[in-house]
Write a protein that binds this ligand. Structure first.
Ligand SMILES: [Zn+2]
Length: 276
């Protein structure tokens, strides 16, 4: 079997992006046009059948590692809840040219957006960084606005990577397994800014999900769009438990550190969040 047979097709990817958008909405992590999704594909993928309309664009920042590859990304202002039903109205395909600075944007005749997501610069920078440093040929990135995580980021007692992870990793035994690197907490930065773009790239080198304080999350996966959404669900579920515990006056015990350690040992998990 050649490895190319294992690659998802363009139809698989469109379906994945659509279902991921719906799931993000199911967990209330994307009101109206909030949230966005992108997928980088390093191999040759056929675009014209779904996306026959083309225009030349300039990338928001150079992405030489992505030359020849394609980024599928959601359009600005499109609602993630409608992504499953009308994916072609909301997705554009960016084929990066050899110069790493310009690209062709392929879209459907049913396209209903003017520009790609306003967070495209953040997505692009993470794709560039991960492909350049790790040589991956696939990556999915999801930006969501999960309410419990975001609420906790407004509370001083949770405003660091250490404090947030101690709070959210302690409610379900599988969290240390599924989210073993925890979540990276970034300070508040203006959406779309160069400052956020840089901090986000650095954060996603260490964690598969980061929290943009007072805004939302960005998560990544080398495997599938679903896995990138899973990161949001694991972290948001932990934050939801933490919120519920605050509601009942903080009387819940949570998993103790030695209990979290025991789970990690049983599943051979390495994590910076274990006791030495
Ligand atoms: Zn946002």
């Amino acid at each position: 079997m050649s490895t190319t047979q294992l690659h998802p097709t363009i139809d698989d990817l469109i379906t994945q992006i659509g279902e991921a958008g719906e799931r993000i909405c199911d967990i209330d992590a994307s009101e109206a046009g909030a949230g966005n999704i992108s997928v980088f594909v390093g191999w040759d993928i056929e675009l014209r059948r779904h996306f026959p309309v083309s225009e030349e664009i300039e990338l928001p920042s150079p992405a030489p590692a992505l030359a020849g590859g394609t980024i599928l990304a959601t359009g600005s202002g499109r609602r993630l809840r409608q992504l499953g039903q009308e994916p072609l109205a909301a997705i554009g395909a960016v084929r990066v040219h050899d110069d790493g600075i310009t690209a062709t944007l392929y879209t459907s005749p049913f396209r209903r957006f003017q520009r790609l997501t306003s967070e495209f610069n953040s997505h692009l920078a993470v794709h560039q960084d991960q492909v350049a440093s790790r040589g991956i040929d696939f990556q999915a990135i999801v930006h969501a606005q999960p309410p419990h995580l975001t609420l906790l980021s407004h509370v001083p007692a949770y405003q660091s990577t250490e404090l947030m992870n101690r709070a959210i990793l302690r409610w379900e035994p599988e969290t240390i397994v599924s989210l073993s690197q925890g979540i990276g907490v970034l300070d508040f930065m203006v959406p779309g800014s160069a400052e956020l773009e840089d901090a986000n790239v650095a954060g996603l080198r260490e964690h598969e999900i980061v929290l943009w304080s007072k805004h939302g999350t960005m998560s990544r996966s080398d495997i599938s769009v679903y896995r990138a959404v899973d990161r949001v669900e694991y972290a948001e579920t932990g934050a939801h438990y933490e919120y519920m515990n605050l509601m009942i006056g903080g009387v819940a015990e949570g998993l103790k550190r030695n209990e979290i350690n025991a789970v990690a040992n049983a599943f051979a998990i390495e994590s910076p969040w274990l006791e030495a």
